[in-house]
Ligand binder design. Structure first.
Ligand code: GDP
Ligand code: IMO
Ligand code: MG
Length: 423
């Protein structure tokens, strides 16, 4: 039996989808346990290019069973579209996809409220994906959520939804939004439920039996530690726990069953949405051109900066990471010199991420070290020793700064573009 959690070490988009697709060949179960369709996990393999929002990225290995845990929130329309796209690409889902009845459902009012709150905050907005994530988790925590299990009892669902609409329509009206009708939503959502019903089933016995039978589980976290509502850059965070420990409650895995935690980190830093980002590059259009990316979920441009060892060191510690999966090393081939942030200074003192709130973090001065670049294509390299010496030096410096081994180095977006370092 083995249970591996794959956790993002930055502000999301570290390349978790690619890493899961790479590892999943060796696992029986692949699972998501947190977040919702705010996630966008890119997978590029023999089936094509996919931006997956809800289904575990290990779905392309046809022997795997895919679990969607109760710690998730989901927009059923997005889920059904994703299922259809996968099936059209030749990925069978029948009998392989299991959705927890504990998972909360995102309704149209969650998305409307997400947008209205953002607009009300103006310049202080979080920069959410506007997928209704925060309001859906807020409803869960304030006992106002509606779960898949509620759909089993149409009369109860109607009652719950009617109450929520009464409450939500008042807020929507007050904020100048368009109110919603109960019948239209009930109709639409009962339709979604009917289509998803064959996949909705309690995961507890599946997980317990799998553990007993010594099966292998790969648990795919969405987002990264610095977006965590407790440990991230609050209030510029997301609605669900984004550290590896979320796998326990979000899927129903006993903490002791976890055998390995892999941290996924980019070789530099990106962030989408608002909030502090100490190593962000503002004044180098060429660097921004190379490091900037288009976000998988919203199509927004990602903010970009140098590798920040302070946050990755924090994330490795809070998640209890055993080894790192370092992505996008190939992107750094463009640079003659590469900066690495080794720590922060705040008001003249050396400080640590965990000591600061978001507003202080926005004012820290990164302490940079500069390393020589390699300016050579490395996308084809599969042996560590074949990397140019400065690239190896870069990897080893990261390892030294973070304190755990870099065991996998990703040098391209495709599944096979990975260097596995011998133990
Ligand atoms: P996730 O949310 O953590 O799964 O990451 P995203 O898919 O949102 O963003 C990662 C982006 O980097 C995607 O466009 C991936 O295709 C791409 N990617 C992942 N690993 C590599 C890599 O090693 N090299 C390059 N060039 N691109 C990569
Ligand atoms: P993956 O799983 C990057 C960010 C949003 C915003 C904040 C709150 O692909 O790494 P939300 O819609 O969740 O209320 O937005 O969190 N965010 C992500 N950023 N990758 C993600 O997921 C993200 N999911 C949410 O940009 O700043
Ligand atoms: Mg992403």
């Amino acid at each position: 039996m083995s249970v591996t959690v794959l956790s993002g070490m930055q502000w999301g988009d570290e390349g978790k989808g690619k890493a899961v697709d790479f590892f999943a060949a060796d696992y029986d179960y692949v699972a998501r346990f947190n977040g919702g369709n705010n996630a966008g996990h890119t997978v590029i393999n023999e089936y094509g290019t996919f931006k997956i929002h809800l289904i575990p990225s290990g779905v392309f290995h046809l022997h795997t069973r895919c679990l969607m845990g109760g710690g998730m929130v989901m927009d059923p329309k997005v889920l059904l579209e994703e299922m259809q796209a996968l099936q059209e690409a030749g990925i069978p889902l029948e009998g392989r996809l299991f959705i927890s009845p504990r998972a909360h459902v995102i309704f149209p009012y969650h998305k409307i409220l997400d947008g209205l709150y953002e607009e009300a905050k103006g310049a202080a907005a979080t920069g959410t994906t506007r997928r209704g994530i925060g309001p859906a988790f807020a409803d869960k925590i304030s006992y106002n959520g509606i779960r898949w299990s509620d759909f089993r009892h149409p009369a109860r669902l109607r009652e719950k939804l009617a109450l929520q609409l009464e409450l939500k329509n008042r807020i929507i009206r007050a904020l100048g939004g368009e109110t919603l009708s109960l019948e239209a939503i009930l109709d639409e959502y009962m339709g979604y439920y009917e289509r998803l019903r064959p996949s909705i089933t309690e995961l507890f016995p599946i997980v317990q039996q799998g553990l007993r039978e010594g099966k292998h589980f790969l648990l795919e976290q969405a987002m990264g530690s610095c977006l965590d509502p407790d440990w991230g850059t609050y209030p510029f965070v997301t609605g669900s726990t984004t550290i590896a420990s979320a796998a326990t409650s979000g899927l129903g895995i006993p903490p002791r069953a976890i055998t390995q935690i892999i941290g996924v980190t980019k070789a530099y830093t990106t962030r989408v949405g608002a909030g502090p980002m100490p190593t962000e590059i503002h004044d180098d259009p060429q660097a921004l051109q190379v490091l900037g990316e288009i976000a998988a979920t919203t199509g927004r441009r990602r903010r970009a900066g140098w590798f920040d060892a302070e946050i990755v060191r924090f994330s490795v510690q809070i998640a209890g990471v055993d080894a790192l999966f370092l992505t996008k090393l190939d992107v750094l081939s463009a640079f003659e010199r590469i900066k690495v942030c080794v720590g922060y200074r705040y008001q003249g003192e050396v400080v640590h991420y965990a000591d600061l709130d978001s507003y202080q973090l926005a004012e820290v001065e990164p302490i940079y070290e500069e390393l020589p670049g390699w300016q050579e294509e490395i996308g084809h390299v599969r042996e560590y020793e074949s990397l140019p010496a400065p690239a190896r030096r870069y990897v080893e410096r990261i390892e030294q700064l973070i304190g755990v081994p870099v065991r996998w180095i990703s040098v391209g977006p495709e599944r096979e573009a990975v260097i596995v370092r011998p133990l």
